[in-house]
Design a protein around this ligand. Structure first.
Ligand code: AMP
Ligand code: ZN
Ligand code: FE
Ligand code: FE
Length: 294
């Protein structure tokens, strides 16, 4: 028998817990995110721009104006012995000094590295650093990355769209590629936990992004360290990986989420294509420190 509460939760729509706006490499602002999520009938959305909280104020405003629930979060770039690991942090205290310092350091390294990539690319393509900066829709508040290089190459007529640029000069296997040096997964877990947040690993089974995936033992160690969950449902995790990750999550008592990794027009990913159960959202809210808005 299901309880009334469970039945109520099941009738509620799922949430999309992985979305990017103009504060990183998405193409719409937080208001656009909220409107699109509302039109799609989602239960709510999380704003998760890369290594920043800069979009939180706009997201909170849009949530309240449209009476639509938003979970505030970020996607944090981390490293585990050469494996690039993206993490999704939710509902933490935004002005936590250690976390803000971590974000500032990552953003500074992103600028340095993206500049170096542009230096390499400029030898073969008609782009300058200024062209790339011009693609950052919120100026200094936008977290810069390869997508902005891709957009500059599209503007210069080199590629038809961002994805074509990622399939060529901007991609991880191109001779122009330079990785961003990032904090360790353990240090990110510690910082987010100290800031009262909830921490997941994003697209943990994405084989296209790394030569090696995290091992079962890695997930075990991260779970012991305080990791809360895994983004099991994501288009970059194959069916086989989703099955593996769901098993790992059950073994180590981790929550299971789903997200689209929506970037507006910047990626084919459709808002709400993968969702998180309302019961998991409720658990994240109970573990987090700040409230949902809207
Ligand atoms: P970076 O973090 O600077 O190395 O850039 C990689 C980021 O580009 C990833 O987080 C992707 O989500 C993002 N990205 C945005 N649009 C695309 C696209 N069309 N194809 C591949 N990656 C993309
Ligand atoms: Zn992105
Ligand atoms: Fe990611
Ligand atoms: Fe993402």
């Amino acid at each position: 028998m299901r309880t009334t509460r469970q039945r109520e939760e099941e009738t509620q729509a799922g949430w999309d817990l992985h979305c990017h706006t103009v504060y990183s490499d998405g193409t719409l602002n937080p208001e656009g995110l909220v409107r699109e999520a509302q039109e799609k009938g989602l239960g709510g959305v999380a704003i998760t721009d890369h290594d920043t909280t800069a979009g939180w104020a706009d997201a909170g405003y849009a949530a309240r104006e449209n009476h639509f629930p938003v979970m505030r979060g970020s996607e944090i770039t981390a490293d585990h012995h050469g494996i690039s690991v993206h993490m999704l942090a939710y509902l933490y205290i935004p002005d936590n000094p250690a976390l803000q310092a971590l974000f500032a350091a990552t953003r500074a390294r992103r600028i340095e590295r993206t500049k170096c990539m542009v230096d390499r690319l400029a030898k073969d393509f008609p782009i300058t650093w200024d062209d790339v900066v011009a693609q950052a829709k919120e100026g200094g508040d936008t977290t810069i990355g390869r997508p902005h290089i891709a957009d500059a190459l599209v503007a210069a007529g080199v590629y038809p769209d961002r994805s074509a640029a990622f399939a060529a000069a901007v991609g991880g296997r191109s001779k122009y590629f330079i990785p961003v040096s990032s904090p360790s997964v353990e240090s990110v877990i510690t910082a987010v936990k100290e800031a009262g947040g909830v921490i997941f690993i994003a697209h943990p089974g994405a084989t296209s992004r790394n030569r090696f995936l995290l091992s079962d033992d890695d997930f075990h160690a991260f779970a012991d360290r305080g990791l809360d969950g895994l983004e099991v449902r994501h288009r970059d995790n194959s069916a086989e990986q989703q099955e593996r990750l769901a098993g790992i999550a059950d073994r180590f008592s981790l929550l299971k989420s789903g997200g689209s990794d929506w970037h507006g027009a910047g990626k084919p990913n459709v808002l709400g294509e993968n969702r998180t159960d309302p019961s998991v959202v409720a658990e994240i809210v109970s573990r987090g420190t700040i409230d949902l808005v809207g």
